[in-house]
Unconditional design. Sequence first.
Length: 257
Amino acid sequence: MTNNYSEKFEKMKVAGKLASQTLDMITNYVKAGISTEKIDKLCYVYIRDNGGHSAPLYYRGYKKSLCTSLNHVICHGIPSDRILEEGDILNIDVTAIVDGYHGDTSRMFGVGKISVKAKNLIDTTFNSMMNAIKILKPGIKLGDIGYEIQSYVEDKGYSVVRDFCGHGISNTFHEPPNILHYGKKNVGQELKPGMTFTIEPMINAGKYESKLLNDGWTAVTKDKSLSSQYEHTLGITENGYEIFTESVKDCTKPPYN
Ligand code: MF3
Ligand code: CO
Ligand code: CO
């Protein structure tokens, strides 16, 4: 590659790979009996020992290394002494920084046997993200991404969270543009080669409204319905895209456990 963003892409690939390897590593630990705090600690150590550090730690006063969002938690769940139980669904969201660049990715995990309803929600969330990724190339608009996700998800009777979105990412954690997971075709900013951002749809089994808990971070579904999320960090190339946070062990696809 010889262009003005090849160096940025190389660094984003390194950070993205560490974030996805962290999720690969933690997969076997996500079982009934482990606390979300233990998951946080294991990932903290793994990221540190592999040449990176965790972006969430001390980010805007956040005190953990990653987010663990359980069941009706939409996003930004804080690791705690909560023990995982059979039937829980959990999103683990890891952001690693290596050499100043960020890799941000999250996946769903099922604890033991999960309900068919939960599985369908998780599959739909994953597919909505991948469908949106597959259309990426220079010239399409941000609204096309949102449309792809929203139409697929709503057709199945689920809803797209409005209060949180994907984001530009590179040597800063969150930067413009916002990547909305709902929208209209051919509307919004045009994608250009060299752009790097996340797609991270949060999909609710019930209504899309969210509520922020008193801890100032944890976002839950207002109607207490289940919520699910996947996230990849990617870059726009001359004629398509590159995913920086693909699983090395091929455990990106649901279900993992
Ligand atoms: N990883 C989240 C994202 O996808 C952000 C978490 S910020 C934190 O953008 F402070 F809550 F960790
Ligand atoms: Co993100
Ligand atoms: Co994230």
